[in-house]
Design a protein around this ligand. Structure first.
Ligand code: NDP
Length: 323
């Protein structure tokens, strides 16, 4: 069958859209974005209501609800420690979730589906900034290779559906995300929420010294999750193609700069010490976002503004987060 043809343009605001993972960091932002854009028929289920690993239940859900479009933001997600400790769970659960949702979506002829992956799909030693063409050109980072392979299988499934069934589905690969709804747990969080929590607690407890791991020199790219949701929304209306699209800001900052900005925003005036005996991780990770720019979208939310709204959210939800 020929490649699908899709006419770019606004979707009908009354179309039914299923947002899988609507309580997660990404899914909740995507839901807010669709609501803000005037969509009136959004459907979603928590994992307790619909376990996407349950194939029969997923097919029943699609038969009942018949969504016209799907944003697949449900996944088993975790930090390095969790990925490294439970590789089988990350591989198996993500494959099941993706395959079940996409198979049911094929059966019901879902028109637009956006599959969300992650920048960890690219080889560990990929040239920076990382272009989409780097996919499958080298070895993966071993600590999260099982998760990455599941995500690569998802990209391939989208491409296969396009070829075999002619449905104009797409894949988007976000860089590191942050924002309201992030995971601030002391054990499972990523670097940015972990730093927010550390500096905020130092201010709260009157501590005048904060210690961070490493040298602070590694460079990382961070995208606000509302920008991510805006990018997903732009792509679903305007992009068509088999290749995954990187979603990022196109620029990176050092961990030290991030720490300084967070300290400024939370009002920490003490000393920051860098424990250089601890590992730094990879020196740079930056996505090439030229394909996204060609598709007509660039990030809007600056880092300091984004941090302010994230820290505000953290304060507003501190009681439930700190339990
Ligand atoms: P979260 O952990 O915040 O949310 C994941 C969501 O998936 C949850 O709402 C959960 O539902 C749902 N889910 C998990 N397992 C199941 C299941 N078996 N059945 C039904 N629903 C399930 O993840 P993120 O929002 O951060 O990530 C979403 C996507 O974005 C992932 O594909 C991830 O790879 C990608 N991404 C995220 C990045 C980040 O920095 N956060 C960076 C790059 C990519 P419930 O709440 O109801 O249990």
């Amino acid at each position: 069958m020929a490649e699908p043809s899709f006419t770019p343009g606004p979707l009908d605001r009354s179309d039914r859209v299923y947002i899988a993972g609507h309580r997660g960091l990404v899914g909740s932002a995507v839901k807010r974005k669709f609501e803000a854009e005037g969509f009136t028929d959004l459907v979603s289920r928590t994992s307790a209501e619909l376990d996407l690993k349950d194939r029969a239940a997923v097919f029943d859900f699609f038969a009942q609800e018949r969504p016209k479009h799907v944003v697949l933001a449900a996944a088993k997600v975790g930090g390095i420690l969790a990925n490294n400790t439970y590789p089988h769970d990350f591989l198996s659960e993500n494959l099941q979730i993706q395959v079940n949702v996409m198979d049911a979506a094929v059966e019901h002829g879902v028109e637009r589906l956006v599959f969300l992956g992650s920048s960890c799909i690219y080889p560990k030693l990929a040239e920076q900034p990382i272009h989409e063409d780097a996919l499958l050109t080298g070895h993966l980072e071993p600590t999260n290779d099982a998760y990455a392979i599941a995500k690569i299988a998802g990209i391939l499934q989208v491409q296969a559906v396009r070829r075999q069934h002619g449905l104009p589905w797409i894949s988007a690969m976000p860089t590191n995300l942050y924002g309201p709804g992030d995971n601030f747990s002391p054990t499972g969080s990523h670097v940015l929420p972990a730093l927010i929590r550390r500096y905020d607690e130092a201010v709260r407890d009157g501590v005048d010294r904060v210690e961070n791991w490493g040298t602070g020199t590694p460079r990382r790219e961070f995208l606000h999750v509302d920008d991510m949701a805006a990018a997903v929304f732009h792509l679903i209306e305007h992009y068509d193609g088999p290749d995954q699209v990187n979603v990022g800001t196109g620029s990176d900052v050092t961990i030290r700069e991030i720490a300084e900005t967070i300290a400024k925003v939370v009002g920490f005036e003490g000393e920051t010490v860098w424990d250089t005996s601890k590992p730094d991780g990879t020196p740079q990770k930056l996505l090439d976002v030229s394909k996204l720019a060609e598709a007509g979208w660039t990030a809007q939310i600056g880092l300091e503004d984004g941090l302010r709204s994230t820290i505000d959210w953290f304060h507003e939800n501190a009681d439930s987060i700190r339990q």
